[in-house]
Design a protein around this ligand. Sequence first.
Ligand SMILES: NC(=[NH2+])NCCC[C@H](N)C(=O)O
Length: 280
Amino acid sequence: MPIQRTARRRHYLMCRPSHFTVDYRINPWMDPAKPTDTALAVLQWERLYALFQELGHTVELVEPVPGLPDMVYAANGATVLNGRVLVANFRHAERAAEAPAYQAWFERNGYTEVHAARHVNEGEGDYLVAGDRILAGTGFRTHRAAHAEAEHVLGAPVVSLTLVDPRFYHLDTALAVLDDDEIMYFPGAFSAESRATLRELYPDALIATEADAEAFGLNAVSDGRHVLLSQTARDLADRLAERGFEPIGVDLSELFKGGGSVKCCTLELRHAAPAPGGAQ
Ligand SMILES: NC(=[NH2+])NCCC[C@H](N)C(=O)O
């Protein structure tokens, strides 16, 4: 009998892909010569947006900015833990203007601890909160030196992991947090040293196949019970079900053309614990 999983209500930030297209190439999945269909991207994204709400989660929206086609990948905008916000500082000039747009959203929405980052970091693309720790990627986007800044600003210990395969340029394309102490990942995306670290920290992790990793199955969002992931990652969905999770396949084929899927579109807002007796 698989374990009974319980979902925890989440609070997310998303950005409608109203201006989505692929007109530059900053990862191997992007091909500006290949046509994109913005209306279809919006339709597929709307389904994901509705799904989160059907599952009882709250989703906030940040206004998409014309000329920033990658802004739909909201996970990259910041990392939020205990109400503290570490804003992204993008590696590529094409995305640089997204950082102030995300920063402004947090400032307008009552976040009092909003930090502009000194070091290059791409938000939850490379920082995944797993229980009390932050798993932090480096190698392609987020600089190694940024990890200490994240630890300091967000107030949680960071475990640095090195990515080595350009197809998996952000940590969230190679690893997903399923629950506070449970993860799934594709070992081939990591350096030998980082593979050893992951084996030691998570001996029971779900190991994904290369095919499912390539289908962006690891770019998934879990609420502790439901796992939303690319519908083409079939084997991964079966393995999740065996472990008592409820996999929910999502079709984001248009956003795949920019090099992202479910997790890339979803930034988790982790609030500070409410004051005793205070309202949440
Ligand atoms: N969290 C993610 N992995 N986001 C995907 C970002 C995709 C975007 N085109 C980039 O290369 O920056």
